[in-house]
Ligand binder design. Sequence first.
Ligand code: 1GP
Length: 238
Amino acid sequence: MADGGVKLSQIFKAWRHVFKLDPDRELSDEQLEAICLSGSDAILVGGSSGVTYDNTVELMSRIRRYELPCAQEVSTLDSVVPGFDLYLIPMVLNTHQAEWIVGHHRAGLESYGEVIPWDLIASEGYIVLHADSTVAQLTGADCSLDAGEAAACARLADKLMRLPIVYVEYSGTYGDLDLVREVRRVTDEASVFYGGGVRDYDTARAAAEAADTIVVGNIIYDDLKAALDTVRGVHSIS
Ligand code: 1GP
């Protein structure tokens, strides 16, 4: 889907709402159909724990019955599955642990550098801001950043590294939308993704006013109807 000279950042700018599905969690066929026909712009497949090749293949093949784009957010090398439209590679910008910025990435390139479909690959500059989240604890992220420090991370991603996505990640809690607005203000080329605690029409609408793209995860598994309302919340301002 990245053919025809379309820049990846343009593809992501067109995504206003994304559902993130966790291969380690259960969804019935009816639930998956409701998600895929909801009007959301894309499905992201990934999670911070329990993601395997087998559970990723299984979920991808079920999503493939539907037309919307489907990307894998790669968290471990051994769970990378061929057949996704795109592959998103997180790089955590607010950690001192280099393995989460470039280390695992370099190891992957040592093994698979010759066979990677580069036109399907996009890196995400993650700013991880919820200290109790699995991703923050796994990556040793410094979640105490203020808006100015987060903006510096965004410029690092957008200007210095020229990444197509800046991802403000509050996974599990609703974040500081003033900080998100500041990140977006200083970001020109990259698309600003916001994820964390979007759980209904109103939280989706407010987050979508602050970011280019909102990512909705946990509520899918807690209250599917509320999750579907988040699509309407985003569309109400599109
Ligand atoms: C998680 O940003 C996503 O990576 C979405 O967060 O699960 O809190 O919706 P929630």
